[in-house]
Ligand binder design. Structure first.
Ligand code: TA6
Length: 294
């Protein structure tokens, strides 16, 4: 930790510390917002604009242990999104330790933290490809995440992926998501049946949908908190919307009873039937930019 701080700490703006015992995090403070980012999984755990309530949700029952996924914030799902036979859901990078590559204070006082991960013998047993993965986290008036995949091998590979963002909302029943009107989705609650969104997405039961062929920004209208959260994106052809609701929530040991009411995932993704193919030597960048609308 001392080495990390002397090499990458930024006085008054970024420092590394252990959270809850042995869970290393970067703590970021800017004039615009504060944030916390775990080195495990390059998982953003908090982003809170000054004078606003936290924008990201983390479960009260979340577990902060090496090798276990954390329920909340922005898990990075890669190189596959969702379930995969004989393998852990949502890929393997969310439970790995990422290394710090760069930190920087920008002219506008926003802070950049760049974390990286590349293949090794253990990742090759799970997914036999050479890769370099980088998450650039920019904390300022917006929270901007850029997930950069580089194929460092000699053959093309396919990925699906998501910035699986958990947002804090005041009351899911009074929350809607705009931006997906007319978009076809796969409904995971109905055996992946296809349906078409009509109007804003609203919530009255378990919702688990992959919206296909959409590059649109989304706006979460959080009426109970009297605010709107804007999610802009690039390099993403799908948006996932998830709330487990009361019954399904019980299946998650790392969610406390009733918490489904205060959370909503709107995920910037490449998922569904269309993976991203990355040629040898090429890169692909997935970007999500979160802001509060005034
Ligand atoms: O993004 C929605 C989803 O894929 C759901 O199907 C749901 O199970 C969720 O992610 C959480 O997955 P996790 O592996 O983190 O428990």
């Amino acid at each position: 930790m001392d080495t990390l701080n002397s090499q990458y700490g930024i006085s008054g703006a970024l420092q590394f510390a252990y959270s809850g015992g042995n869970f290393p995090v970067a703590k970021i403070q800017t004039p615009w917002a504060s944030a916390r980012v775990a080195l495990q999984g390059a998982q953003v755990l908090a982003w809170q604009p000054s004078a606003a309530a936290p924008v990201l949700w983390v479960s009260k029952a979340a577990v902060f242990e090496a090798g276990k996924p954390v329920r909340g914030g922005v898990p990075v799902c890669w190189p596959w999104f969702g379930a995969k036979d004989g393998a852990s859901a949502h890929g393997f990078v969310r439970t790995r330790h990422w290394t710090v590559r760069e930190t920087r204070l920008a002219d506008d006082q926003s802070v950049l933290l760049c974390l990286g991960l590349s293949d090794d013998a253990s990742t090759r047993t799970l997914w036999n490809h050479a890769f370099d993965l980088e998450l650039q986290v920019s904390v300022g008036r917006t929270l901007t995440l850029q997930l950069i995949t580089r194929n460092t091998g000699t053959e093309p590979f396919d990925i699906t992926e998501a910035l699986h963002t958990y947002f804090a909302v005041g009351d899911i029943g009074q929350t809607t998501v705009q931006g997906l009107d007319g978009t076809t989705y796969l409904d995971k609650v109905a055996n992946l049946a296809q349906a078409q969104q009509s109007g804003p997405v609203s919530f009255s039961g378990e919702t688990d949908r992959v919206y296909l062929n959409t590059t649109a920004d989304c706006v979460i209208q959080d009426r109970a908190n009297k605010r709107s959260i804007h999610v802009a994106k690039t390099g993403s052809g799908a948006t996932v919307v998830w709330n487990p609701w009361s019954e399904r929530e019980k299946a998650f040991a790392d969610m406390a009873a009733g918490e489904y009411q205060q959370m909503l995932c709107v995920e910037t993704a490449n998922a569904g039937a269309a993976p991203i193919t990355i040629a040898a030597g090429a890169t692909h960048t997935l970007t999500a930019c979160v802001s509060l609308e005034s």
